[in-house]
Design a protein around this ligand. Structure first.
Ligand SMILES: [Zn+2]
Ligand SMILES: [Zn+2]
Length: 353
């Protein structure tokens, strides 16, 4: 929930005299007052999950709490048997006296920031987020808080995204050129998040999109849970490898990064392969991966986006995690005079973009 500006004197008192709402433990971010974790990596009793990406939503917790749209994705990934409770954005639940609510993070469908409130103290854990409105999931909502735990996947000044409409235009032009050369355009993007965004950006072309089974499975889950989403996507078909080159003609194939080295890709030649990821902002990354084209389309905030999001929270203290934590935390301390610390997390983020 948005609150009025925090008075500096009052907030100083709060963090000095009150018990911290979160602590970093060997199993992840832990709330001792409510006895629950947020996106833990160890197996725990009670886990609040910001979104369904595998580095945030792990198997083996006794119970899960997440946004309504994340629940079916969690069950698909971790099994129908898991115990899941859900919240809508803005809905509040109390655990051990800590008021918990979820707020749009704009990262992927179902992604949420977690707001914790206890005796006047407000902490927010961002999870992964982007500040660009992608048209698919509610846009990132700045939430006023005393302490903000932010991700920093692209927390370097070199990461600045071109506007979505420009990236879309470049992509559509590329697809047209590839078709003119009678090749198959293949877009590589993560199954949850990037694939839905690509479909959304391709909708106006009316092109038929063929989806790798892992992308198709997520698509089916989302459409079953939220049928109205299908209006945002072009016609899609399951591509079952090795598939037939013929059926892809005049269409587009979407595959996840993990399928890049598959033998069956050779059967689709001549084809042209484009990576769609924030990492493509660095030219060398596309070359290393042997891509024919690259689009720096990201589901994370870029450098200016991170700074704007952090500032909008009004937080007096910022914990930086997941990515270039050290660089961003130092910048906040030295340039913005914000009390910032970097948290080490044991997993690299590069996989999911
Ligand atoms: Zn993510
Ligand atoms: Zn992540």
């Amino acid at each position: 929930m948005a609150e009025g500006p925090i008075q500096p004197e009052a907030s100083m008192l709060l963090t000095k005299h009150m018990e911290p709402l979160l602590a970093l433990t060997a199993q992840g971010l832990y709330c001792p007052i409510g006895d629950f974790f947020i996106d833990p990596w160890g197996k725990v009793d009670k886990a609040i999950i910001t979104h369904a990406h595998s580095d945030h939503a792990r198997a083996g917790h006794r119970s899960y709490l997440c946004h309504t749209d994340t629940a079916p994705l969690l069950k698909q990934r971790l099994g129908e048997h898991i115990q899941v409770e859900t919240l809508q954005y803005g809905e509040t639940v109390s655990i051990g006296g800590v008021q918990i609510s979820l707020h749009p993070a704009g990262h992927v469908i179902g992604s949420a920031q977690v707001r914790l409130s206890f005796r006047g103290q407000v902490w927010v854990v961002s999870g992964d987020y982007k500040v660009v409105d992608d048209g698919l999931t509610p846009a990132f909502e700045p939430v006023r808080c005393h302490v903000f735990v932010t991700e920093s996947t692209f927390g370097l000044p070199v990461y600045r995204w071109a506007p979505q409409a420009i990236l879309q235009q470049r992509m559509l032009t590329w697809i047209q050129e590839v078709h003119q050369q009678e090749q198959i355009p293949i877009l590589i993007g993560y199954s949850l998040g990037k694939a839905q965004r690509l479909l959304y950006l391709l909708k106006e072309t009316g092109l038929h999109c063929w989806l790798h089974p892992s992308i198709y499975a997520i698509h089916e889950t989302l459409i079953t849970h939220r049928p109205e989403l299908s209006q945002k996507f072009p016609p899609v078909h399951l591509f079952q490898p090795p598939g037939r080159r013929q059926e892809l003609q005049h269409g587009v194939l979407l595959i996840p990064p993990a399928a890049r080295e598959s033998q069956w890709l050779h059967r689709l030649e001549p084809c042209s392969i484009a990576y769609c990821s924030g990492w493509m902002q660095i030219r060398g990354h596309a070359r290393q991966r042997g891509a024919d084209a690259a689009f720096a389309l990201s589901d994370h905030a870029d450098w200016p986006g991170l700074l704007a999001a952090i500032e909008a929270t009004g937080a007096e203290e910022v914990w930086v995690t997941h990515g270039y934590a050290h660089t961003l935390a130092r910048y906040l301390r030295e340039t913005k005079q914000i009390s910032a610390r970097d948290l080490l997390s044991p997993f690299a983020e590069e996989m999911e973009e």
